[in-house]
Design a protein around this ligand. Structure first.
Ligand SMILES: [Zn+2]
Length: 271
């Protein structure tokens, strides 16, 4: 999360919002396999604009907010006002499972606080009763000190007393970001708060901020503009700089590069 903050130059409320979205997407992606990935989009009318995160089965997470320089006054309870920064709108979850069409689920935003919105999405769009707790701790100097969360889902065939026990555990959950900052990892968090239910550990997956962009990818994008637009770009600017939205990496294409890409674009246009 701290890498994302640095790359995008996020202000505190934006850091909390993207951190919660990245954590939530990573939790949702826990059930993906192989090359599968999912995209989480918060499309709200708040100052952040769109919040977009992609998480993959390999544990790679990348994401951005449309307007990174957002910081709102704290809420009455002292928390960062993520709901105010996101605003009202929709939550979209796009699962690309390698089929022809990706699966898109959409629900209205409940509060824009993201954890609540994900729980609502899971209950209504995927019919899985769930609790989602997400926390990001932003330091006084603006750095992301801690980020993490828990997602609890009731499996088919669960018993009534399990529902009650989970509800109680969820109500007693503390602010997770403080626990994580205090050094607790996912195992300890689960043991501490859900241990009474009996835990069986199935899998563990490391997470990291990682993007899939490359110079080649942006080259293909430039070629796809077509010879006319490339010619105009060459004449008007003489070079092109592209910036990846997901990781803020910059790629510069000078005159020579653009001339080569123009030849490529002209060649493919003729062919
Ligand atoms: Zn990138």
């Amino acid at each position: 999360m701290e890498e994302a903050r640095q790359r995008h130059g996020l202000w505190p409320t934006a850091t909390a919002a993207l951190g919660r979205a990245m954590t939530g997407a990573a939790l949702l992606a826990a059930t993906l396999k192989g090359e599968e990935e999912l995209t989480l989009q918060l499309v709200g009318d708040g100052p952040l604009g769109r919040v977009v995160v992609v998480a993959s089965a390999t544990g790679a997470v990348r994401g951005y907010v449309e307007h990174p320089e957002v910081h709102l006054p704290l809420k009455a309870d002292g928390h960062l006002d993520v709901g105010g920064a996101v605003g009202q709108g929709e939550l979209l979850v796009i699962r690309d499972l390698g089929l022809k069409e990706p699966y898109v689920g959409r629900v209205p935003l409940v509060s824009g606080e993201i954890g609540e919105d994900l729980a609502y999405y899971l209950a209504h769009s995927e019919q899985i009763p769930s609790a989602v707790a997400l926390g990001v701790l932003v330091d006084v100097d603006g750095r992301a000190r801690a980020a993490g969360g828990l997602m609890i889902q009731l499996m088919p065939g669960h018993r009534e007393e399990t529902v009650a026990a989970v509800e109680q555990a969820v109500q007693r959950l503390p602010a997770l970001s403080r626990s994580i900052d205090g050094g607790r990892g996912p195992r300890q968090l689960a043991e501490e708060h859900l241990g009474a239910l009996g835990i069986r550990w199935l899998a563990e997956r490391p997470l990291r901020f990682a993007c899939t962009c490359s110079r080649e990818r942006f080259e293909r994008g430039l070629v796809a503009l077509g010879p006319e637009e490339l010619q105009a770009l060459l004449e008007e600017q003489g070079e092109a700089e592209t910036v990846c939205r997901f990781c803020a990496a910059q790629y510069l294409f000078d005159r020579e590069d653009l001339e080569r890409l123009l030849r490529e674009a002209s060649g493919s246009a003729e062919a």
